[in-house]
Each structure stands twice: as structure tokens, then as C-alpha cells.
Design a protein. Structure first.
Length: 499
């Protein structure tokens, strides 16, 4: 079964290569190839659930070289959890693109870059060494820069340039951290580094602290945590809707949040200082992101600021240190990928039909776009933490986890931000979908069926994940939490697989 692991990178990378080389393909052929690739990844990730439950860990040695000397991919509960999240959202984003990207040119090249970004994210999730983590971050980042500016209009190009500058600063900080870590420890293998620096005889703790700061800054920029968030409010609104869905739902999680969790829990270990840094960054992002979202009139820009707030929830949940908080943080990561992905697809549907993102110029769209309106309402209730939708459980467990961890003030703050979140999402409903329909919108129609299918499917997942939460917890959440709670024992367990 080890041979299945590199397929998560090989399928999107190979399909991207074919689409890039045969860019004069008929657009329908490119639609089929891209969606076969994303659907295959979804099926493969789900197929790995019972296999991993039976065997626990998998390690794939590229070229047959065992770690710490060779390049390897590691599949554990946390990486499989992330692969499932990426596969679900990317499939529906690519299916949505079939009709949505008719408004753009050169669809085959769009799909090629889209799949290249997926290959980069899957590589980040699976890689077992820090240098290749940096390489895959660059692959995913460069693809995302191109996709943000895909429309080639002034707004898109300006946003892509700002995003690129900030993203490359983050990448340089990460690379510097990897170089310094290698110079001090003599290895880039995550498991090997974790084992070496936990040795009581290891004397370079000051180096580890400095590298930790570099990684917090670098991955914090990728995750758009405040105060490293300046690129996100421009990049997300400017990108095509399915790419906004991918950026907010997946990319900032894989490049930022997942990398932070993997490095600080499985390699360095979380101490009191790093815990409070993460709690502070998460709390500030949660509050400030929500406050900045309130006055926004641009539909997608409001969603972008909301993403900053919700990433803050994830960080404080995982950093709380309590089992319930970690479960809530990871579940909120998956939930945010689905309901924020859905909301960005809703915004794209509205923009295509009305030719505007200004909420003040909308109104009464529920009468002419019932699927978009209904699914947007489900997404809004989910992200606001209203039962029985999935966001209710993740926010509830984060708040309880904070209280259990002794962070009562943060628990109260998280509750208050949930109320603020509901307020500005109800504002979206009131301005865009409720009320009297404007005369100029009376004859518009619902979006094409491929776009509606993607929105309906993600809305069903938002409801289903809330109803079937106990099953999800047992099947995918508990194995992921186990990887985090075992901390630096991760290195010992991984290296034991190759003894």
C-alpha cells in the first residue's frame, strides 16, 4: 500500500503536465481530464481511511533510501485528514469551474495551474523533510500567484503582485529557518530532527528558538494571521471564484496552519512560550478579522476578512492544548474549508449573474437564484456556529477546550466573535438575497447546473458533517488528534518504521 502514497502528487502533477503540453485541447476535453484527476484523488483519499486504520502509519522511501538520508513521504492520521479535506473541496471547485471559467480564456492552462497547486498542497501534507516542504510550498504558491492574476485585469494583476511579494518574503523566512536548522542539527528530516533536538545532550536550544520565530513569521504569513494578513483581502476578491474557494478553503490551511501544527507539535514540541504566541496570534486574528469584515460592502472582500477570523479560531483551538480544543480546531479547519469554499462559490455565482460584487447594489436575489440563495444561507449559518450545522460543533468544542485549558477569557471572546460573525453574515443575506428584487435583476437566471451541483454538494456536507459528527470524529478526527497529542514521539514512531 506504500506505493499509493506518491499517487497523491503524481496524479495532479501528471495531468497538469498533459494539459500544459496540449494546451490547444478542446475545452470539454480539459474539463473531463481535470475533473477525472480531482475525483480520482477524492476516491483515493477515502479509500485510504480503512487501510490507515489497520496499519497506523505508512512511509514511502523515494529511490529506496531510508530516512534520515533519503526523501520520503509519510502518511499518518493528520496527513490523511488533510488529504481528504483538500480532495473534497478541490473536486467541487474544479467541477464548478466547468461553467464558471467559460467567462475566461485558455481553460486548459487554467486547469494545469489549478492541478499544479493541488500537487503542491498534497506534497506539503505528505513530505517527511523540511526542505521538500519548502519546495512544495513554492510549487503551490507560484501556481496560486498565477491563478490570482488569471483574469489579467488591473485589479487581478495588482493583487497577484502584492500576494507574490508577501508570499516570497514568507518563503525566504521559511528557507532561512531550514538552512539554519540544517547547519545546527545536520538533518532536514522531520522525524530525525525531532529525535535529535529532544536529546538531553543537545545544546543548541537558542538556535531552535530563533528558527521557531522564523517559522512563526513565515507560516503565519502563509496562513494570513494578523499582523501578516495584508495580502489576503486583495488576493481573494480578485481571483476567480473557484480559486478564491481554494485559497481560503485550502491553501492558507495547507501552507500555513498545517505546516505550523506539523512543525511545532511533531518536531519542536510546544512549550509555554510558543503556546502563548500562537494563542495571541489566533485571538487577535479572530477578533480583528471579524471587526474588519463588518463594514465591507464587497461580497468577496467580506468573505476574505472572515477567513482571517476563522483561521484564528483554528489556531486557538489547536494551541489550547486540551483534547477537546484540538479536536475542535481540526474539525473547524475541515469545516471552514467546506463552508467558506461554499460561500466563495456563492459569491461567484452572484457576480456572474449580476455583474457586481457590491452588496448595496443587490437585493431580492432569492427569488431568481433560489439554489445560490439557499446554499449561501446554509453556509452562513454553518460559519456562524448555528446547530445542527458543522460549524456549531467545532466552535463549541473550541470554546469548551479553551475553558478546560484555563483560558476562560478566550472562551468568552470566541463566543462573542461567533455572535459578530452571525451579524455580518445575516447582513449578506439581507442585502443580497432578501427584500424586494431590483427591477434590473428580475430576468436573470440561476447559475448553470455544474455550479449549482457544487454549491448544493458543499451545502449538504455542511449539514451532514454536523449530523454525523460522531462518526467523523471516530473515523478521521481521532487519528489526526492522536498524531498531534503524541507530540515529538512522532519522530521516534516514524523512524521505527524503517528500522
Amino acid at each position: 500500500m506504500n506505493n499509493l502514497i506518491p499517487i497523491f502528487v503524481a496524479i495532479p502533477l501528471g495531468t497538469a503536465f498533459v494539459l500544459a503540453m496540449l494546451f490547444k485541447l478542446n475545452e470539454r476535453v480539459s474539463d473531463v481530464l481535470a475533473n477525472i484527476a480531482t475525483f480520482s484523488l477524492l476516491c483515493l483519499s477515502l479509500r485510504m481511511i480503512p487501510i490507515l486504520a489497520k496499519y497506523g502509519y505508512f512511509i514511502y522511501k523515494i529511490g529506496g533510501w531510508a530516512p534520515p538520508f533519503g526523501i520520503n513521504f509519510v502518511l499518518d492520521g493528520l496527513s490523511l485528514f488533510m488529504l481528504i479535506v483538500v480532495s473534497i473541496v478541490s473536486f467541487f471547485a474544479s467541477f464548478y469551474s466547468i461553467s464558471y471559467m467559460e467567462h475566461y480564456t485558455d481553460k486548459p492552462r487554467y486547469y494545469a495551474i489549478f492541478l499544479l497547486m493541488i500537487a503542491g498542497m498534497n506534497g506539503i501534507i505528505l513530505t517527511g523533510d523540511l526542505f521538500n516542504l519548502f519546495v512544495f510550498i513554492e510549487i503551490a504558491s507560484i501556481a496560486s500567484y498565477a491563478l490570482v492574476g488569471f483574469g489579467t485585469q488591473h485589479e487581478e494583476l495588482e493583487a497577484a503582485f502584492k500576494y507574490m511579494v508577501m508570499g516570497e518574503i514568507a518563503s525566504l523566512l521559511i528557507l532561512l529557518g531550514v538552512i539554519l536548522l540544517y547547519s545546527g542539527v545536520g538533518s532536514v528530516n522531520m522525524a530525525d530532527i525531532g529525535v535529535r533536538i529532544q536529546n538531553p545532550e543537545y545544546k543548541m536550544q537558542s538556535l531552535i528558538r530563533f528558527v521557531s520565530i522564523l517559522f512563526i513569521f513565515g507560516f503565519g504569513l502563509k496562513a494570513a494571521l494578523i499582523p501578516f494578513h495584508a495580502w489576503l483581502p486583495d488576493a481573494h476578491p480578485s481571483a476567480p471564484a473557484p480559486i478564491s474557494c481554494m485559497l481560503s478553503g485550502l491553501l492558507i490551511k495547507a501552507l500555513g496552519v498545517y505546516a505550523l501544527i506539523r512543525v511545532f507539535y511533531c518536531i519542536f514540541g510546544v512549550n509555554l512560550t510558543s503556546k502563548w504566541i500562537l494563542l495571541t496570534l489566533g485571538a487577535v486574528s479572530m477578533v480583528v478579522g471579524a471587526l474588519l469584515a463588518i463594514p465591507q460592502d464587497d461580497f468577496k472582500r467580506m468573505l476574505a476578512y472572515s477567513s482571517i477570523s476563522q483561521v484564528g479560531y483554528i489556531i486557538i483551538g489547536v494551541a489550547s492544548g486540551s483534547p477537546l480544543g484540538i479536536i475542535g480546531g481540526l474539525f473547524h479547519l475541515a469545516n471552514h474549508a467546506t463552508f467558506k469554499g461554499l460561500l466563495f462559490l456563492n459569491s461567484g455565482s452572484v457576480e456572474v449573474q449580476t455583474r457586481t460584487r457590491d452588496l448595496n447594489k443587490m437585493g431580492g436575489l432569492s427569488k431568481v437564484m433560489p439554489i445560490t440563495s439557499g446554499s449561501c444561507l446554509i453556509g452562513s449559518l454553518s460559519i456562524s456556529g448555528i446547530p445542527p450545522f458543522n460549524g456549531f460543533w467545532s466552535k463549541l468544542f473550541i470554546i469548551i477546550g479553551l475553558v478546560q485549558g484555563g483560558h476562560i477569557a478566550l472562551g468568552v471572546l470566541a463566543t462573542m466573535v461567533a455572535v459578530i460573525t452571525l451579524a455580518y453574515y445575516l447582513r449578506i443575506q439581507r442585502l443580497a438575497f432578501w427584500g424586494k428584487a431590483r427591477r434590473k435583476f428580475e430576468r436573470i437566471k440561476e447559475s448553470p447546473w455544474t455550479m449549482c451541483f457544487a454549491m448544493i454538494s458543499l451545502a449538504i456536507i455542511c449539514l451532514g458533517a454536523g449530523i454525523f459528527y460522531p462518526w467523523i470524529k471516530d473515523v478521521v478526527l481521532n487519528p489526526a488528534v492522536e498524531v498531534i497529542t503524541q507530540g515529538t514521539n512522532y519522530g521516534i514512531r516514524v523512524l521505527s518504521l524503517v528500522q
